[in-house]
Write a protein that binds this ligand. Structure first.
Ligand code: SF4
Ligand code: SF4
Length: 321
């Protein structure tokens, strides 16, 4: 039998071993009661009982604001990516799938240099979870989009490696592991949302009006979404003649998002909500037909007016206008 079982009593030592692979970050709770991924200086701060962090782990790969180009001498140079060896421990399957989706966007044909540099130095350690009322990923989901996955079982965790780096972690932690029964195959039951009909964008479904009448365009649903990645690029000149080109998160729920050269393609709230729906559940080329919703439930939890776009996925016959 393989050594693939970690007793809960050895978790702290396991965390110390993870530090060999980079700066260790994990779910913790702030003084104001907000779950977040943050540096794990003290293992006692670890909160594996969390359901979801307010901001997803995309913040490590797509910083809220970053300098992508810098010009101090008359010519542009790439900004510093900030890449460092980082271990993210305790990531749930939905967020692992969220990162896998971002990989498809930012590592495809023309890989984004900053994202690519940060991603290549990131070690992902997933942990199984217990859903709450906001979650809607399939219960039998267990993502393999990580280096190592810890499935809670009895008095500890079953370890499943999904990359060479995961195997290196297990090798380094060999003295902490015990023989366990053969690992069951990973459970994965497909996307949370089947691809939706893009025609919904143009439909006169009464729910669009209902949502638009209450949405306050706060953008919280997009900020907290693990697969929302809209960004804006701004140029900031300096008095000394240089400049910095900054990339920062944008938000398709904001009225400014559709502004181009004095025109606005989506001036109405209803249009912006429909645009987000189309992007989340129908996909854009070349990811057309692929849903990017991983079922984390954040958008439903944070919306101040309880908008739940999933209502749109039921057929119009079943919807009460
Ligand atoms: S659309 Fe909502 S539930 Fe789906 S991944 Fe984004 S935040 Fe999570
Ligand atoms: S969180 Fe709710 S109110 Fe805010 S932009 Fe999203 S749908 Fe609108």
């Amino acid at each position: 039998m393989e050594k693939n079982f970690l007793k809960m009593t050895r978790l702290v030592q396991f965390l110390e071993t993870l530090r060999l692979f980079g700066e260790l970050h994990a779910p913790t709770i702030s003084e104001s009661g907000v779950y977040r991924f943050s540096p794990l200086d003290d293992p006692a701060e670890l909160r594996l009982d969390y359901h979801r962090t307010q901001i997803p782990p995309k913040k490590y790969l797509l910083p809220f604001r970053e300098e992508i180009l810098h010009n101090a001498t008359g010519s542009y140079r790439e900004g510093h990516s900030g890449a460092k060896d980082l271990v993210l421990f305790g990531v749930h399957s939905c967020d692992l799938e969220g990162i896998a989706y971002l990989d498809r966007v930012f590592l495809a044909d023309a890989a984004d240099p900053g994202y690519s540099a940060r991603r290549s130095r990131l070690t992902l350690v997933g942990v199984s979870c217990e859903p709450d009322d906001f979650c809607f990923c399939p219960e039998e989901r267990e993502s393999t989009a990580c280096d190592l996955f810890l499935g809670a079982s009895g008095e500890g965790f079953h370890l499943a490696c999904h990359s060479a780096r995961g195997r290196a972690v297990v090798s380094a932690a060999d003295h902490l592991l015990e023989q366990g029964p053969p690992l069951p195959p990973p459970r994965f039951s497909g996307p949370c949302f089947p691809p939706q009909d893009p025609e919904l964008r143009f439909s006169d479904h009464p729910l669009w009006q209902k949502f638009a009448s209450t949405c306050v365009s706060c953008g919280a649903c997009s900020v907290c979404c693990p697969t929302c990645y809209c960004f804006d690029v701004r140029e900031y000149p300096t008095l000394s003649g240089g400049a910095a080109r900054i990339r920062e998160w944008d938000n398709c729920l904001f009225v400014t998002h559709g502004e181009v050269a004095g025109a606005n393609f989506r001036p109405d709230r209803l249009d912006r909500l429909r645009f987000r729906f189309l992007h989340k559940y129908c996909g854009f080329t070349p990811l057309q037909g692929i849903s990017s919703c991983v079922g984390c439930g954040r958008c439903k939890e944070v919306c101040p007016v309880d908008i739940d776009l999933r209502e749109l996925t039921v057929t119009p016959k079943r919807v009460q206008p």
